[in-house]
Design a protein around this ligand. Structure first.
Ligand code: 4AD
Length: 429
């Protein structure tokens, strides 16, 4: 027997079809059973009429419970009253796997759904989000592959920090300790002297103590590192990537975005270039709104939200104060108290989706910054070799994949962007 998806059977529109999936909803009377079957593509109403089927099939239909797995054969036809516009009149039905009483019923709390995440992944909401997630990964790979970049990887066990010590996860490593990687970047900077243009999509780990709707302790970062690229070049690459992801997701996932309540027309308007504004200008803008921030303090999420609200597109904030930036971000020669770095902030309060910079090539400057941040420069000797042996200007950035998915899917919380979220408060299932 050949099975087709629910969506394909709806496209066929009439005649006999064999479909299989899980029971999404079921209700019976003494003459009819209404089974809504779902597969990954759609849901469809299947009707079993006692008078139309053998006693054996009718008895099997009465055993159907929510979330049991099934194979169904029947005649499909259009029916305006059915939930997705089609109905199958069942001639044969087989339960493949019975289901105990399914624990997830209507109106469950978010925590209950997270405790039962392994089952909640079957919901139409999670199905839609995970399809968008898959497209975002595809889009990132396509963007870089089409430009001739190489996809490369760095170790997850790292002897040093990349983004400062406060969010490191320490791991016992035989008789020593190492850290789970915060970023691929330092290794990428070594690889570009061979490959020039590279990218990765990989898990990153941050021991974030904050319980916000934007932070995961394990998340995926898409990073790129490019030899010969100066600051202006990397800004352009970053905005092109984000514009490309949006275009790709709109082309491939319009149905899912609509299901999730996203405003498609608003997304369609987002094209590169994006507005650029310096950190200092942000402080001036915020001051007009009565928000006073001392120059030199990092922007917090409330401030990022306040400034991004003024724009319909993502914005690029450049030139943060050098002294609060990671050690590898270089001074701007035209304004040495600022660094040649940027953050991209998504609209609608989704926060920072990209962090990047040109990279410092001055070893002494970097050592000084590491010492100021309480790090041991000796640990970075291998990294300084990248500057000792034929250094070139280079730049890169990292995009928080889940932040982008949360934004595109119009979600309240980043936890729903990843099948099994890890946060300070959650490590199961
Ligand atoms: O700005 P970040 O810390 O940049 C870096 O790690 C650089 N080394 C990247 C590079 O230049 N190659 O992180 C990059 C992005 C942030 O803009 C944010 O979108 C995301 O990663 N991010 C997180 N996403 C979810 N949960 C967290 N805890 C995150 N921390 C950062």
């Amino acid at each position: 027997m050949e099975f087709i998806s629910v969506k394909k059977s709806m496209e066929k529109g009439n005649g006999q079809v064999n479909i299989r999936g899980w029971c999404y909803r079921v209700r019976n009377s003494n003459k009819m059973a209404f089974i809504i079957l779902r597969d990954t593509t759609e849901i469809i109403q299947c009707v079993v009429e006692k008078s139309n089927v053998s006693e054996e099939i009718w008895n099997e239909a009465l055993k159907v419970t929510m979330e049991c797995s099934l194979e169904i054969t029947g005649e499909i036809k259009k029916d305006e009253r059915a939930p997705t516009g089609y109905e199958i009149s069942v001639s044969s039905l087989k339960i493949v796997g019975e289901s105990d009483t399914f624990p997830i019923t209507k109106d469950q709390s978010p925590e209950f759904l997270l405790d039962n995440r392994h089952l909640w992944l079957r919901s139409r909401k999670m199905n839609a989000i995970l399809k968008v997630r898959s497209s975002v990964f595809q889009a990132i790979r396509k963007f870089f592959n089409d430009k001739g970049f190489y996809e490369e990887h760095s170790p997850m066990f790292s002897p040093t920090s990349c983004e400062g010590g406060s969010t490191l996860f320490e791991v016992k490593y035989f008789d020593d300790v190492v850290y789970l990687t915060q970023s691929w970047q330092l290794y990428a900077e070594a690889m570009i002297s061979s490959l020039e243009k590279i990218y990765t999509i990989a898990p990153c780990f941050r021991a974030e103590k904050s319980k916000t709707s934007r932070h995961l302790s394990e998340f995926w970062m898409a990073e790129t590192e490019i030899a010969w690229y100066k600051f202006e070049d990397i800004l352009k690459n970053a905005e092109d990537l984000v514009a490309f992801i949006i275009k790709y997701v709109l082309e491939n996932n319009e149905g899912q975005l609509k299901f999730l309540g996203q405003d498609i027309e608003k997304l369609k308007k987002i094209k590169a270039p994006f507005p650029r504004i310096t950190y200092t200008q942000v402080l001036e803008e915020l001051k007009k709104d009565g928000i006073n921030i001392e120059w030199g303090k990092d922007l917090r999420t409330v401030e990022e939200d306040a400034i991004s609200k003024k724009y319909e597109k993502p914005i690029i904030i450049t030139h943060y104060p050098k002294k609060i930036m990671a050690f590898y971000k270089p001074k701007d020669p035209n304004d040495p108290k600022t660094a040649l770095c940027f953050d991209m902030i998504a609209p609608d309060g989704y926060g920072e989706i990209i962090g990047g910079s040109e990279r410092d090539t001055d070893i002494e400057e970097m050592k000084k910054a590491l010492i100021e941040q309480g790090e041991k420069p000796e640990k970075y000797e291998w990294y300084f070799d990248t500057r000792k042996y034929g250094k070139v200007p280079h730049s890169g950035y990292g995009l928080g994949v889940e932040r982008v998915i949360a934004w595109l899917c119009n979600l309240d919380n980043i936890k729903d962007t990843i099948p099994f979220p890890r946060t300070m408060a959650r490590k199961t299932p």
